[in-house]
Design a binder for this molecule. Sequence first.
Ligand code: SF4
Length: 355
Amino acid sequence: MKRLPDDVHFDAFPASLLFDWYDEHARLLPWRAFSPALAPAYHVFLSELMLQQTGVTTVIPYFQHFTRTWPDIFALAAADEDAVLAAWAGLGYYARARNMIKAARLVVSEYQGQFPKSPQALEKLPGIGPYTAGAIAAIAFDQPAIVIDGNIERILVRYGGIKKEVQEIKPRLKAIYAHIRPDRRRSDFPQALMDVGAGICLPRRPNCALCPLQNGCRAAEMDDPASLPLRPVKKPKPVRAGNLYILRNRGGAFLLGKRPEKGLLGGMLAFPSFGWDGSECPDWLAALNLAAHSQKLETEIRHVFTHFTADMTIYYARIDEDVPVPEGYRWQACSQKALPTLMAKCYQAFLRQTE
Ligand code: SF4
């Protein structure tokens, strides 16, 4: 076991009790395998990328759809990027999907379709940071990797009774994890901790009476275990105003275009819009002089991104088919499923008011 920093006190960690609990209570997740079996690396890779910013319940049907459509890394590497992005719609943070395809192609071209086993090699793949690399190495390959997600972080802080903000102690948490990680069932260990975090050691209501880690947990002895980890004072998110235009031609088709590859909603299908992403009104849109013959939706749409909130004002208009269509745009049928969430919300508001 690695030595802990001098001022971190961690009692003997009850890994055996944790495994006993996991054997009885593990969540049945479609990307999981149970000891001694190991889940295919492709499944761990897909699920971990999907789970990076999205909850388990939302991810399950996406994971099932992806594995039905692209059952292995070779199928995903050969997939049409637009089809993958469309299947990703609703999960948000589309850079993840684009990186996923790039990583799949690299695994096929550089590693003959076999994921590398070490966290260091995995981290070189696009979109795979230290956490995801550790998760794939540990869960799919039983490697002695460090795996600390939000659930595990919370458990470590509470178990050790560490009264500091998480940002301040991140490197120490790695040392603690390496210290308590047993040399057996290295795949099950982080998954068992994740399940305790997801079902028992909840952020606001830890249920210590049911917890396999209760003996030895410092927070369980406190009046309010939920007060750990200490929460940083939250700054309000900035609000950006945006205008979005739902334009139809006489045939009823919508003007939709692909957003630039880099930046917010990169590469996704979108209605013309500006402001919310820091852009100015494009010249071609200004030239349509829509102020004169568009209507404004009564409802405004608010959408929360990680670092800001977008307040969208939506305009709609019929347009003469002969207007020059800007590069990247075309008149087409609109399917809500193919739109990223912000655009789908605006489209829904439009349908509610106009149909
Ligand atoms: S005993 Fe309570 S605070 Fe400690 S890890 Fe379990 S649920 Fe969390």
